[in-house]
Design a protein around this ligand. Structure first.
Ligand SMILES: Cc1ncc(COP(=O)(O)O)c(C=O)c1O
Length: 345
C-alpha cells in the first residue's frame, strides 16, 4: 500500500495541472530581467501583499538570507525568537553570509514578548554591543507547531521598531496558512514589515520557489545579493508558472490540511501514550509528545506500517498535513498509530 508521508509539507509532487502550466509558460532570461512568467508572478504576488516589488528566489532560506543581507551591516544583530527557522535551520547563514549575530529570545510558540524585545535592544552608543538592526518574526511558526502569531502582537512589536527606527522582516514561509485560518488578508499581515518572505514550495505545493517582497529600492538591492548568493536563475519562468498555479489554486484548500491536522490531533490525543497541546494545533502541523516512549523508536515502528514521520526531539514527533493527505490517508495514519501503540503495550 502507498506510504503516507507526514514529514513535511515540502514533500508534495507537482499536480498534472501544475505541470501543464509549467510546460506552457513563456520564458526569458530572468537574470537579464526579461522572463515574462517571472515578471508576472512577482507583480501579482507583490500586489496581493501590498508591497511595491517582489523577487523570485529558489528557496525560503535564500529569501530570508537575502533579506538579512539587505537589511544589515556586518557586526550588527538580528533579534528573533529562539525557535526561529533563520536561527535553527539555515546553517548559520546570518553569520556566514551577512556577518551578523542572531540574538534569540525565549518565546511562547514563537510569540515574542514585546517588553522582552525592548529590554534586549542594543544601540551603537556602547562599544561592547552589536547594535540591533532587524527584528524577525516567523508566521506561522514552524517549531512552535504551525502556530499563528497574533496580529496584536505584531502591532506591538512594530510600535517598538518604529520607536527605535528598526526594520522588521517576516519569515512568511507559511503565511498562507495563517491567512486562511484567520481570514486576515495577506496585505494586512505584510504591512507591519519592511520585507516579507513567502514560500510556494510548502503548503502551496509548488516544486521550487520563494519570493522576497518589499519596496522597489529594497528589492533592487536584494536583487544584487540574490546574484551574489548564486540565486540568479535563467529560464526561471517554468518554476514561476508552477508557483503561480499554486498561488492561484492552492491557498483556499489549505483549510482542508488544517481540518485533517485537527482531527488527527484530537484522535491521537485519546491515546494514553501520547499528548498533544490541542490549543497549539492551529494550522497544518501537529506536535506529538510522549512521556515514556522514544520518538525515534516509534518512528521506526510507524515506518514499518507505512507511515513516514520525523522526530523533532527525543520525545516529540512532528506531523505535517499537505496536498497529498486526504480524509482516507488521515484515517489510515490514525489507525497506524493505534495499531503500533497497542502492539507496544
Ligand atoms: C518557517 C520556514 N522558513 C524558511 C524555510 C526555508 O525554506 P527552504 O527549505 O525553501 O529553504 C522553512 C523550511 O521549511 C521554514 O519552515
Amino acid at each position: 500500500m502507498e506510504q503516507i508521508d507526514l514529514r513535511s509539507d515540502t514533500v508534495t509532487q507537482p499536480t498534472k495541472a501544475m505541470l501543464e502550466a509549467m510546460i506552457k509558460a513563456p520564458v526569458g532570461d530572468d537574470v537579464l530581467g526579461d522572463d515574462p512568467s517571472v515578471i508576472r508572478l512577482q507583480k501579482k504576488v507583490a500586489e496581493r501583499f501590498g508591497k511595491e516589488a517582489g523577487l523570485f528566489v529558489p528557496s525560503g532560506t535564500m529569501s530570508n538570507q537575502v533579506a538579512i543581507k539587505t537589511h544589515t551591516q556586518p557586526g550588527q544583530e538580528v533579534l528573533c525568537d529562539i525557535g526561529a527557522h533563520i536561527y535553527n535551520f539555515e546553517g548559520g547563514a546570518p553569520a556566514v553570509l551577512s556577518g551578523v549575530q542572531i540574538r534569540p529570545l525565549f518565546s511562547t510558540n514563537g510569540i515574542l514578548d514585546p517588553e522582552k524585545i525592548k529590554e534586549n535592544l542594543r544601540f551603537d552608543d556602547n562599544v561592547h554591543h552589536a547594535p540591533t538592526a532587524l527584528i524577525e518574526v516567523e508566521n506561522t511558526h514552524n517549531r512552535g507547531g504551525g502556530t499563528i502569531i497574533p496580529l496584536e502582537n505584531i502591532q506591538k512589536i512594530r510600535t517598538i521598531a518604529d520607536q527605535y527606527r528598526l526594520s522588521m522582516h517576516l519569515d512568511g514561509a507559511r503565511i498562507w496558512n495563517a491567512h486562511v485560518a484567520t481570514e486576515i488578508p495577506l496585505n494586512e499581515y505584510a504591512r507591519y514589515f519592511e520585507s516579507v518572505s513567502v514560500c510556494f514550495s510548502k503548503g502551496l505545493g509548488a516544486p521550487v520557489g520563494s519570493m522576497l517582497l518589499g519596496s522597489i529600492s529594497f528589492i533592487e538591492k536584494a536583487k544584487r545579493w540574490r546574484k551574489v548568493f548564486g540565486g540568479g536563475m535563467r529560464q526561471a519562468g517554468y518554476l514561476a508558472a508552477a508557483a503561480e498555479y499554486a498561488f492561484e489554486h492552492h491557498i483556499e484548500r489549505l483549510k482542508e490540511d488544517h481540518e485533517h491536522a485537527k482531527y488527527f490531533a484530537s484522535e491521537l490525543n485519546k491515546l494514553s501514550e501520547l499528548s498533544i497541546h490541542m490549543e497549539s494545533v492551529q494550522t497544518n502541523i501537529v506536535m506529538i509528545d510522549m512521556d515514556h516512549l522514544s520518538a525515534s523508536d516509534l518512528q521506526k515502528r510507524l515506518l514499518a506500517e507505512g507511515l513516514v514521520i520525523n522526530p523533532v526531539s527525543p520525545t516529540r514527533l512532528r506531523a505535517v498535513f499537505h496536498l497529498h493527505i486526504n480524509d482516507e490517508k488521515t484515517e489510515r495514519a490514525i489507525s497506524i498509530f493505534q495499531k503500533v501503540l497497542s502492539s507496544i503495550n
